[in-house]
Design a protein around this ligand. Structure first.
Ligand SMILES: Cc1cc2nc3c(=O)[nH]c(=O)nc-3n(C[C@H](O)[C@H](O)[C@H](O)COP(=O)(O)O)c2cc1C
Length: 263
């Protein structure tokens, strides 16, 4: 709790469990030892992912496990040259997958009209995301580390081509998985205080008042890891304009081309 909040008033939890302890210890891992993720580890991670809740039990997601060196390297290039994507022994690409249901319908000479709507696209994103986060917790429980790769959405057409994605299948994000290199300079990154993110009964924008203190806490965390920015500057830069989306402003066009017009 000390590391998670860096708030002198929040130092411990009254109620704990091994699962909560594991979740509180999460950190993204971007440096990996030269060791493979075994098939048994992968099977356990995917079983955990499949145990997540899924909208109407549609299970509207799939995942591609990429281990091939050359393909990981091409994926790293498409993700803005992020080295951890090249170096991780395993990349899991989480797919919103409406295509499976549509293919089932086609085989029965039926049509899925609802697949054209934004709701169905969101459903696929949500299902894929819940599964992936379960996978992260499972991987961490096995002593592995992971980092999401949202940057795959910077070049959605090329990612779809690289992974041979069929109609109505979209690469929501990747997940780099491997054994953490203990020399990596990273720790538990502090989060906003609960007083900012938890509202009671109705939304209260005055809760933003706690953000300034948090900005200083994140700045000091970053300084310990050779970075400088506080939180507010980072948020404003990340959402500044169309350029800050790094190609993701093209997603609606891409989704339409993939058979997900998302009306
Ligand atoms: C959907 C998603 C996409 C992300 N994409 C990237 C990415 O492309 N590159 C990266 O280095 N980290 C990426 N991250 C990791 C976040 O930067 C990280 O979770 C956040 O800074 C909090 O740090 P922590 O996970 O160590 O607590 C992504 C996280 C999420 C949830």
């Amino acid at each position: 709790m000390r590391a998670r909040y860096r708030d002198p008033e929040v130092t411990s939890l009254r109620l704990r469990s091994p699962t909560i302890d594991l979740q509180l210890a999460h950190r993204s891992v971007r440096a990996f030892l030269d060791a493979p993720v075994s098939d048994d580890q992968l099977t356990s991670i995917i079983a955990a992912a499949q145990s997540a809740s899924t909208s109407s039990n549609l299970q509207a997601w799939s995942v591609i496990a990429v281990r091939d060196d050359a393909r990981r390297s091409r994926l790293a290039d498409l993700a803005g040259g992020q080295e951890f994507v090249r170096c991780a022994p395993l990349i899991l690409v989480w797919l919103a997958d409406i295509g499976r249901a549509t293919r089932l319908a086609a085989g029965r000479r039926s049509v899925l009209g609802a697949s054209d709507y934004l709701e169905t696209t969101i459903l696929g994103f949500v299902d894929a995301t819940l599964a992936a986060q379960n996978a992260v917790v499972a991987a961490e429980s096995l002593g592995l580390g992971a980092t999401f790769v949202g940057a795959f959405r910077n070049h959605p057409d090329q990612i779809a081509a690289e992974l041979a994605l069929p109609d109505q299948v979209f690469a929501t994000f990747g997940l780099a998985v491997g054994s953490p290199d203990p020399t990596e300079s990273a720790g538990i990154k502090p989060r906003l205080p609960q007083s900012v993110v938890v509202h009671h009964e109705t939304y209260d924008a005055k809760r933003d008042a706690g953000v300034d203190d948090y900005d200083g806490r994140l700045r000091s965390y970053n300084e310990e890891h050779s970075r400088t920015a506080g939180w507010i500057d980072a948020v404003l830069a990340r959402l500044a304009d169309r350029q800050s989306l790094k190609g993701r402003d093209e997603l609606r066009r891409h989704l339409g081309g993939q058979g997900l017009p998302s009306r």
